[in-house]
Ligand binder design. Sequence first.
Ligand SMILES: [Mn+2]
Length: 415
Amino acid sequence: MISQKEYALRREKLLKKLSCNSVGVVFSGEHKIRSNDTEYPFRQNSNFYYLCGFKEDKSALMFVKNKKISKTILFVAKKDKKLELWNGKRVGVKKAKKRFLVDEVFCIDDLQKHLKNCLDLADKLYFDFNLDYSKVKILKRYAKNLSTHKNIAPIIQKMRLIKSSSEIELIKKAIDITKEAHHSVMNMDKSGKNEYELVSEFEYIFKKNGAYSDAYTSIVACGNAANTLHYIQNDQPLKDGELILIDAGCEYDYYASDITRTISVSGRLNEPQKELYELVLNTQLEVIKMIKPHAMRSDLQRRAVELLTTGMVKLGILKGSVKKLIKKEKYKKYYPHGIGHWMGLDVHDECPYKHKKGKEIKLQEGMVLTIEPGIYIDKNDKKVPKKYRGIGIRIEDDILITKDSYENLSKDIIK
Ligand SMILES: [Mn+2]
């Protein structure tokens, strides 16, 4: 759990980064319609959640900063017995005042009034540039006279790069549940089953352990389907002799896990499958070993490309000199993605990879990133020895950067 004190410290830190005489607004998420009269399960906006831990929609945070004051106002939906009968209890203004360590709490209906008052005294407005147009319109109505609009999202996202110990605990918990699910599927008798039966096992184990949701739609791809990187159809029969690429992880109390394992339907890998699997696995292990503070993600990718390309030349999948193949990016046909991404409140944590001026951000204690090399060979690729066609393999772990090294948070999930 993240304490209210920690949220307060985050808001304090954000206020320090805003310039004087400014107002910043961060909105909650909104319910999204799935089909008539039904909605997708609500999930709070990550930036908003990061700053207060409030889980309701129809709410907002306002930051006010000038020479005299530096304060946070939380706006929440008002108590409404009729609506609450249908949609569940609201915290309401009175309780929110007690629960959240913000300076003031008002009803969301009064947001525009407060916005107008605060903006009269300010010359800068911060908001998320990706905001829905309906909300931008409200903001701009009151910010007509302001010279400067600034994007608040990148400032929060940069803060989110470094995870606190309580955030790391939640990520570990998410990975722990995900481990149970992967192991359960590994031990299952899979022959004769369908991809969706494995998906349902993941969902069952996630929910059974109190994980609100999967952190992303699970990928359970048997055989050639693994060569579609974001395959989420998950409805084909599992065939003996083929591999299953499973990319699945739960979200626990808003924190993600992101794990890929490639296993075989029958439990045994044949020779060509083994050759490719070992290449991907050795690449992953080598790259993970390079992780420490000040290392660069681009160097990890470069090393992965070197190792995978060299391996593919050895196996006759690519032909020519390794150097030239890398220069001409020929490996991209079989390894088309990056080595990994930040992970946290979002599975692809929306944190920056570069500093403002374009220089790459180096790894630092407290960051969490995935390492996920892969090789994907389409069944119709005539340029590749026949025995490798239709095989897709990825192996992914979640890595925490520590003070002078790293911790593989998912090392206990069998590879
Ligand atoms: Mn991933």
